[in-house]
Design a binder for this molecule. Structure first.
Ligand SMILES: Nc1ncnc2c1ncn2[C@@H]1O[C@H](COP(=O)(O)OP(=O)(O)OP(=O)(O)O)[C@@H](O)[C@H]1O
Length: 249
């Protein structure tokens, strides 16, 4: 079943076509990697899906419903969650309270929200730091707090924006294993926006490549890594890692 169906999506900022008639269709249960050089339009696409931007044209359908232009609190209720490139954990709130913020998407009852938050903190091995402030714990754990908060909204579609950035290779492997397990346990559909190629290429079943707001390739990770247009897009741009990073798949 198609869970997310984006058609002819356009988002423009002044003269910049950040998303230039994009189509994207995702089956329930898929893990889709979304890659592309800096400025390709990946974050804009996620913003348009989750309602942080209103598209100029095109449609976003989720579970058969037209959700184009719905604000974030409505898309969250519909079952779309996301994490942010720059961490948006809230200082002044404890780790547990941060996760409760997500749970309030589904309940008004603080006891229930706390219960849901605690269950997630235990599942993500964060129960020991539930009373800490997010800035007091390591980055890899802060990313899991963000993940827990997103999961607390009980999403069907979870979008991760550069969740592996700044993590060590060991932390990235652990994060990948955790995501695989959660994907299985919760029946999640995942969109993984990522610059860390090893991570996305090994996690995703399908990879979609954007450049200058357009989709230039899509397919299995090993196919995409060999695609000449993809290699060219990375070579031609200011992307620091270059195609060597794609070649290792
Ligand atoms: N709020 C905004 N105002 C003006 N221009 C924007 C805005 N958001 C994005 N852009 C522009 O739209 C284009 C796409 O940006 P976007 O952040 O979606 O790319 P990206 O693929 O996520 O890049 P990165 O990998 O660097 O995060 C860029 O040219 C960017 O400068």
């Amino acid at each position: 079943m198609v869970l997310l169906d984006v058609q002819s999506l356009v988002k423009q900022f002044g003269g910049v076509m950040a998303n230039d008639y994009l189509d994207l269709s995702i089956e329930e249960g898929e893990i889709v990697g979304l890659i592309g050089p800096n400025g390709a339009g990946k974050t804009t696409l996620m913003h348009c899906i989750a309602g942080y931007h209103r598209p100029d044209r095109g449609t976003v359908r989720f579970a058969g419903v037209d959700i184009t232009g719905w604000p974030p609190h409505r898309t969250a209720r519909a079952g779309i969650a996301r994490t942010f490139q720059s961490l948006r954990t809230m200082e002044g709130l404890t780790v547990e309270e941060n996760v409760m913020v997500g749970a309030f998407c589904r309940t008004d009852d603080p006891d229930r929200a706390r219960e849901a938050a605690l269950a997630l903190l235990e599942r993500l091995d964060l129960a020991g730091v539930r009373g800490a402030q997010p800035h007091e714990i390591p980055l890899a754990w802060q990313r899991r707090v963000e993940l827990a908060r997103a999961l607390a909204t009980r999403p069907r579609l979870l979008m991760l924006d550069e969740a592996a950035a700044g993590l060590s290779p060991e932390e990235i492997r652990a994060f990948e294993q955790l995501l695989r397990a959660l994907h299985r346990e919760l029946g999640l559909t995942l969109i993984v926006v990522e610059h860390v190629m090893d991570f996305v290429m090994s996690l995703a079943g399908r990879v979609v490549v954007l450049a200058s707001g357009r989709k230039i390739a899509e397919g299995r990770p090993e196919e995409v890594a060999r695609d000449e247009q993809v290699i060219e897009a990375y070579l031609g741009g200011s992307y620091a890692r270059g195609p060597a990073h794609l070649g290792g798949v």
